[in-house]
Design a binder for this molecule. Structure first.
Ligand code: NAP
Length: 436
C-alpha cells in the first residue's frame, strides 16, 4: 500500500482540518504520513491567539485538533520556522505534497494620514497581545483615556470592542494574557465606538455575536434605532431578504430597543462613517470621519459632511493579509492559487487561500476540497525521511508530547485561579516547558 508524505505548514484550524481530511481519505490502498510544522512552540493558531477569551466555547474545537493529533500517522513539529529552519523548496523535494495553512497575520492598513500615530493599532497587534502570543507581548497599549474607536464592522471589531468595553472582572476567569488583564484592570476606557463605513445591512457581524451583546451585564450597548429601521426599510424594498441578513438586523433592533442599565461602560455601534484622518500631537487624539449614505441602488456615496470623535485609542479591524514566503506567489493579500493549488505539489488552505473570511468551521469543507484535489494529483510516493532529513540535529522541536506538557502545565497554573489556563508568553519558557 503506498504511503504518501504530506507536510502541513501552520498548526491552525485550516491545518488541522487538512490533516483530518487526509486521515479520512485513507483506504486499504492509500495512506498518509502527516507532518505538521508550526513556527510557535504551541499549536492551534487562531484558536489560541485569535478567539476572544470571553468566548471559551469557540475554543472547544481544540478537542477535535487533539484527536487528529493523536492518530498514529500524525507528527507535530512546533518551534520550526519555514523560511529559516527549512525552506519551502526543501519541503517540496522531500514530501509528496506541501500544504500551506499559514493564515493571514498582517493587519490591512487604512492608508489615511495619522494612521501610524502612537496608540493607533491594528487588530493584528491588539488581538494577539491580549491572547498572549509571544511575538506581541511588547505591543504598547495605552488605556489611560476614556474613549476608544474601533474601525470596521466585522466580528474581529466586535471582539476587540467587547474586550475593551467589558468590566475586567468579567475577564478574570478567562485565559486573557496576564499582562493584558493587568492593563485592562487599570483601564480608564469607558466608551468604545465601533464605526462601519457602510450601512447596518452591510455589516459583517454574525447574528450569534450580535445577540451575545444582549448578555453583557456591565456594559450598555447602543445601536441607533432610527438607523436600523431605515436599513430594514431599504432591504425590504430591494426584494427578498436573506435569512442571515434579516436575523442580523433583527438582532441590532433588539439591542437598540433593549432597556439600558445606566452603567458607565458603553459600547456604541455606528455606521456610514469612513475614517479620513487621525490627528494628535505625539499620540492619537481624534479621528475625522466622512459621513456616507446608501443610495437606492445600494451604492455607498459620500455626503461630503464630516464629524470627528475625540479618542485616545484606535484599533483598526479591517481585515488581514498573508505574510510572504520566498518563492510563493501572492496576490491581493492571498497566496495565488486555483482551488487551493499553487504549483506542482504545493497547495494552500484557509485564510492564506481564500482571504480572511469565514468562521473556524468554514475551513473544514474548504480543506476537504483541497485534499480531494491533492489526492487526484499524487504521483509515485517519495522515499525520504521528510523533515528529519532537513532539520539540524540539535534543533529543538516541540513534538506532540512536548506540546501536551505545555498544555498540561498551563491548565494546572490556571486551576487555583478558576481560569481554563494561564498562558505562558515567553518563547524560551514555552520551549523549556515542552522539554520538561
Ligand atoms: P470582516 O468580517 O471582513 O470585516 C472587516 C470590516 O472592515 C468590514 O466591515 C469592512 O467594511 C471593514 N473595512 C475594510 N476596509 C475598510 C476601510 N478601508 N475602511 C473602513 N472599513 C473597512 O473581517 P474580520 O472582522 O477581520 O473577520 C475575519 C473573519 O473572521 C470573518 O469571517 C469573521 O466572521 C471571522 N471571525 C469570526 C468570529 C466568531 O465567529 N466569533 C470572531 C472573529 C472573526 P466593508 O464591508 O465595507 O468592506
Amino acid at each position: 500500500m503506498p504511503t504518501y508524505k504530506v507536510v502541513i505548514v501552520g498548526a491552525g484550524p485550516a491545518g488541522y482540518f487538512t490533516a483530518q481530511a487526509l486521515q479520512n481519505s485513507q483506504t486499504d490502498d492509500l495512506s498518509f504520513q502527516i507532518d505538521m510544522i508550526e513556527r510557535l512552540p504551541t499549536p492551534w493558531g487562531l484558536v489560541r491567539s485569535g478567539v476572544a477569551p470571553d468566548h471559551p466555547k469557540i475554543k472547544t474545537v481544540s478537542k477535535v485538533f487533539e484527536k487528529i493529533a493523536k492518530e498514529p500517522n500524525f507528527r507535530l513539529f512546533a518551534n520550526v520556522e519555514v523560511g529559516k529552519d527549512v525552506s519551502i523548496k526543501e519541503l517540496r523535494e522531500k514530501y509528496d505534497a506541501v500544504v500551506l495553512s499559514t493564515g493571514s497575520a498582517i493587519g490591512r492598513k487604512l492608508g489615511i494620514p495619522g494612521e501610524d500615530l502612537p496608540n493607533s493599532l491594528s487588530a493584528a497587534q491588539f488581538v494577539p497581545w491580549y491572547n498572549a502570543h509571544p511575538d506581541y507581548t511588547e505591543v504598547e497599549v495605552d488605556l489611560s483615556g476614556d474613549t476608544a474607536v474601533v474601525i470596521g464592522a466585522g466580528n474581529v471589531a466586535m471582539d476587540v470592542a467587547r474586550m475593551l468595553a467589558l468590566d475586567p472582572t468579567e475577564l478574570d476567569p478567562t485565559d486573557t494574557a496576564t499582562h493584558a488583564l493587568v492593563k485592562l484592570h487599570q483601564s480608564n476606557i469607558r466608551t468604545v465606538i465601533i464605526c462601519g463605513r457602510r450601512g447596518p445591512e452591510h455589516a459583517s457581524f454574525t447574528s450569534p455575536e450580535l445577540r451575545d451583546l444582549l448578555k453583557l451585564e456591565k456594559t450598555d450597548v447602543y445601536f441607533d434605532l432610527n438607523e436600523i429601521e431605515k436599513a430594514q426599510v431599504r432591504v425590504e424594498a430591494a426584494g427578498e431578504v436573506e435569512r442571515e441578513l434579516r436575523n442580523n438586523l433583527e438582532a441590532m433592533r433588539l439591542i437598540a430597543e433593549h432597556e439600558k442599565k445606566g452603567v458607565a461602560r458603553k459600547l456604541v455601534i455606528t455606521f456610514l462613517a469612513t475614517p479620513l484622518e487621525m490627528k494628535g500631537s505625539g499620540k492619537i487624539e481624534e479621528v475625522v470621519f466622512g459621513i456616507n449614505q446608501v443610495e437606492a441602488d445600494d451604492k455607498i456615496t459620500s455626503t461630503n459632511k464630516t464629524f470627528s470623535v475625540k479618542c485616545s485609542l484606535v484599533i483598526s479591524a479591517i481585515g488581514y493579509e498573508v505574510r510572504e514566503f520566498a518563492g510563493v506567489p501572492v496576490e491581493n493579500g492571498r497566496i495565488t492559487n486555483i482551488g487551493g493549488k499553487v504549483e506542482h505539489n504545493l497547495y494552500v488552505v484557509g485564510w492564506a487561500k481564500r482571504g480572511p473570511n469565514g468562521v473556524i468551521g468554514t475551513n473544514k469543507s474548504d480543506a476537504a476540497d483541497v485534499v480531494d484535489l491533492l489526492i487526484s494529483e499524487l504521483k509515485e510516493p517519495k522515499n525520504t525521511n521528510g523533515l528529519s532529513d532537513l532539520l539540524k540535529s540539535n534543533h529543538e522541536v516541540i513534538d506532540q508530547a512536548g506540546w501536551e506538557k505545555i498544555n498540561a502545565s498551563e491548565i494546572l497554573s490556571g486551576e487555583p485561579h478558576g481560569k481554563p489556563r494561564i498562558k505562558e508568553v515567553d518563547w524560551k519558557a514555552l520551549v523549556s516547558l515542552g522539554r520538561a
